[in-house]
Design a protein around this ligand. Structure first.
Ligand SMILES: [Zn+2]
Length: 418
């Protein structure tokens, strides 16, 4: 399968909730290039974020184009709709060229029995021991497992096919990158399940170039990985082998690579990912999102004066709305309300105290991962503050940009791709 637009080997997804950080984000990518790292920026913003903030998808493309033009970036860039389905894809058809086709919600939907039989018959030759180059232990795929995977994912992948063909039709052809994501399902997928899912993607003739499985462990918003790193390493290693094998077996695009929906800031996994991607000569897409918004708040707090006041006000307004703000993100945060500081306490915080609590530095005594996760999901409040918030970002542009760029370059891009 040949995709109509080929994705670069290394790409990095960044979220810019308020269309104010594109320049500072691109500076991080340019900084990486100075270190000899060729990574393509992808600006991602989900439908949920657009709804919470009240923006249109075209604003992401406009902000990306402005940053690219102003900074004279001559590399590629992409705009990712970050999780779409048939109900909302139409909003993004014009302005995105990277479509994260999310069919996690369709997992487990009953599929026609004859479709299952057809799928099993077509893949019977893989039953038994699956000899995948690079995988030490033989993976086994028995008929029961193949059927169970079909029961969970076959309808979902048919749906992915319908979404893919809908996008082709709306755009009057291709010229875009298709990702299939199942990272928001209940359980992580084993490498064997990933193999079966790739078989289904190929059967639907989706020229997917990135696939986002759910990995083992917790990928909470903006905080450290929680899980068994040794298990993750083995799984990631095997997933890379499975992808390369599936490209050969099923004729999927050569550019097919893993997409890690990181939830941002999975620093303890970055060295593992870096090492394994190099070992396999593989490509990689890593998606982050809210880490930039948090750096904007850190920048305001660090600036002091009005900036610090705005940072305090965001928390003061957000705190009483805990249930409403956390609700949409409940599966991807672990916040203990009892560990959140009282708003009166935050009102008295100095710049240093606010920054220490929010900045993702686990060696810092003041760091509070509950506060950080809560602010991560509280961007709606900043959107409601309108000009007060945006003017503060403009007034403290330099310190905010320094935090945004430094965070992406030093804590994400260099460890991942360096
Ligand atoms: Zn995701």
């Amino acid at each position: 399968m040949t995709p109509s637009k080929t994705i670069e080997k290394f790409s990095f997804g960044m979220g810019d909730h308020f269309a104010r950080a594109g320049h500072a984000q691109l500076q991080a990518v340019i900084g990486a290039r100075r270190h000899g790292i060729a990574v393509t920026p992808v600006w991602n913003k989900s439908n949920r974020e657009h709804l919470l903030i009240g923006t249109e998808p075209t604003s992401v493309l406009e902000a990306a184009r402005a940053a690219v033009g102003d900074l004279g970036w001559n590399g590629g860039f992409h705009v990712d709709d970050d999780h779409i389905n048939l109900t909302n894809v139409d909003r993004f058809v014009e302005s995105s060229d990277f479509f994260t086709i999310d069919v996690a919600d369709s997992s487990g939907k009953p599929v026609a029995p004859e479709a299952t039989e057809r799928f099993v018959a077509a893949h019977r030759r893989y039953l038994g021991k699956l000899e995948i180059p690079g995988v030490d232990a033989l993976l086994t795929l028995d008929e029961a497992r193949l059927r169970a995977t079909a029961a969970k994912f076959l309808w979902a992948m048919q749906e992915a096919g319908r979404i893919y063909r809908h996008i082709v039709e709306c755009r009057g052809g291709g010229g875009f990158i298709a990702e299939v994501s199942v990272d928001e399902t209940d359980l992580p997928q084993t490498p064997t399940e990933l193999f079966a899912i790739l078989a289904m993607i190929a059967q639907e003739e989706i020229p997917a170039q990135t696939v986002a499985p759910k990995f083992t462990g917790r990928f909470n918003k903006g905080v450290a990985y929680v899980g068994d790193r040794a298990h993750f390493e083995k799984e990631f290693d095997e997933d890379l082998c499975v992808l390369a094998f599936a490209v050969q077996e099923f004729g999927l695009p050569d550019s097919l690579k893993l997409s890690v929906h990181s939830g941002s800031d999975k620093f303890s996994l970055y060295p593992i990912i870096n090492r394994l991607v190099k070992k396999h000569g593989a490509g990689l897409h890593v998606k982050t999102a809210g880490t930039t918004w948090l750096e904007q708040v850190i920048g305001l707090a660090e600036a002091g004066g009005d900036g610090l006041s705005v940072a305090r006000e965001i928390y003061r307004r957000a705190h009483p709305r805990f249930a409403e703000l956390v609700g949409p993100y409940a599966p991807v945060v672990d916040i203990d309300p009892a560990r959140l500081p009282a708003p009166e306490v935050v009102e008295g915080w100095s710049s240093e105290e606010y920054v220490a609590a929010l900045r993702h530095d686990q060696s810092c005594a003041g760091y509070n991962l509950h506060f950080r996760q809560f602010l991560h999901v509280s961007f709606k409040v900043a959107a409601e503050m309108g000009r007060t918030f945006l003017d503060a970002l403009d007034a403290d542009r330099e310190v905010v940009a320094r935090n945004v760029t430094g965070n992406l370059l030093n804590r994400h891009l260099l460890p991942l791709f360096g």
